[in-house]
Design a protein around this ligand. Sequence first.
Ligand code: WTA
Length: 660
Amino acid sequence: MSPGMGLSFTAMNPNSIESTMKESRVFPPDEEFSKHAHIRSMEQYRALYEKSLNDPEAFWGEMADALHWFAPPREILVDERPHARWFVGGTTNIAYNCLDRHLSSLRRNKAAILWEGEPGETRTLTYHQLHREVCRFANVLRKLGVRTGDRVAIYMGMVPEIAVAMLACARIGAPHMVIFGGFAADAVRDRINDSKASLVVTCDGSWRRGQVVPLKAIVDKAIAECPSVRHTVVFKRTGERVNMEPGRDHYWQEVIEAVNANSTPVPVESEHPLFILYTSGTTGKPKGIVHTTGGYMVGTHVTSKYVFDLRENDTYFCTADVGWITGHSYVVYGPLLNGATVLMYEGAPNFPDQGRLWQLCERYGVTIFYTAPTAIRAFMRWGEQWPMKADLSCLRLLGSVGEPINPEAWMWYQRVIGNARCPVVDTWWQTETGAIMLSPLPGATPTKPGSATLPFFGIEADVVRKDGTRCAPNEGGFLVIKRPWPSMARTIYGDDERYQKYFTEIPGVYFTGDGARRDDDGYFWLMGRVDDVLNVAGHRLGTAEIESALVGHRAVAEAAVVGRPDELKGQGLVCFVTLRPGFAATRELKQVLAEHVASEIGRFARPDMVRFADALPKTRSGKIMRRLLKEIAGGGETQGDTTTLEDLSVLAALRASDDE
Ligand code: WTA
């Protein structure tokens, strides 16, 4: 069930999802950490949380006051569900708030971006320098005819200029549309055509695992079929020879020389669109999620501050690519709004070896590290020797986002990377929510491995049945948000009807598409996407818990579980498993793993089949594409969109793999 996909609940068992996970470890916040934290106790969290729900206008009004408005908001919220408008009547500029606002303080000469290229070059941009680059690029955009409201496509690697380009767009009120630099020409073309961008900012190439990704050549191919594009600006990164069409294509380094650094930020309405970001979903046509200025700004500012407990002297490293929402909200906007120092790394985590990220943490003195479970499971597979080689003593906080983190991976992260000393914040949110929705606050919330714990301020989250009634404790159901929040998406570009479906699946509330349960303490445990839910002999099971049981076995590095039609049981379980080094893919091991699931989850959940694979098909942001596995498990051909798949050869290998 994916909201906006036109699927309905009728295809599913009407009730709830069964939970079988038994995880009872609790980690209270570290006393020393709490002493210095923004939020120091559960009492403080609860008091503020209650205030945020009881008097949202006062709460969000105060949060907005922390930022600069050219004209203050007249009204905090106009709730016209499914639509909502925030900070109405206010005018602001997010680039001004990320940059100019800091220039009159000591932050002026503080590092905004520390950058390292994959081959090893380094650059530092202070707030003053970043401001200057953004002003100049804003002038370039203007000179090339970009007006307030025009869409600008950004298809670049992880270089500081990707942030410069986004902030320059924001400065002149031109919504940006970032396309992840790993997408192929067709995906680039479709996104540009859907958004009708008039200008594309790109690079000649970018470095990835020692190879050059030919970004400009891909853009050339894409825009041959994009009538809206009038200009491209090409940042020279790798020095590739690229095709430059006179009049259309301009080198960044040349056009930037022809402008000055005087640029007045354009005050825009709070509801002025800030960006479009396409989210693949797991099926169908990508949706252009639209975020607006004021609410997104307030949401990313306040969540960055409290969830990461940002302090003035932190070095903050989020490993996400800027091409994803995590990169938008927690590489660029959230940290810069807080005047933080952000480390940005261009390349692959295992280049030249599997120690690269830990090397970076050591050399830059990283204090806050934010990554995804898929990466954590890769680190586990690569082995403890890599992080052990580096001095990680500067780290003080670890974060996770993107998928349910299985308790096993959580414990490993906490023990090996955090040296059992750093709080782990498992943050649940979505492209659509713009900012973190469920998360521990590190100085206050006792954490439980595998749980995203409790809602952030102002977020009224709940777990309900199909009919909207609240689930009992530990009864799995649908994760919903019961009232608007500032950083929520405002529409799907060009398709508001599809947007409204988020609010009609369960009437009156926002349906996330995720399954979850709340435990006796009210903690949230995510169970995976509801459209991946399995129905085995009358038991409705989320994928996350079965996968977590598999990964709990020492032979297993990663697992994905799907159902295939079964006359007797409704669905039988098929488990795709990648093994840790040193374990052989034997028939005996298959039996052992099937037994392991049966003993952890229950006899009824004994897998029909365990299949070994060298790799699992993932989206480019690291999410397992269970839809494709389902098709393989069912013996059919894989159909539908595979443009979001990271590595097509994985599919062929899976089909060819033994399946006795
Ligand atoms: C999943 C990424 C469990 C979830 C910010 C959600 C998670 C989807 C978590 C959004 C988490 C994200 N625990 N599941 N901490 N974080 N998800 O749009 O299924 O790329 O709906 O946004 O990722 O993915 P998106």
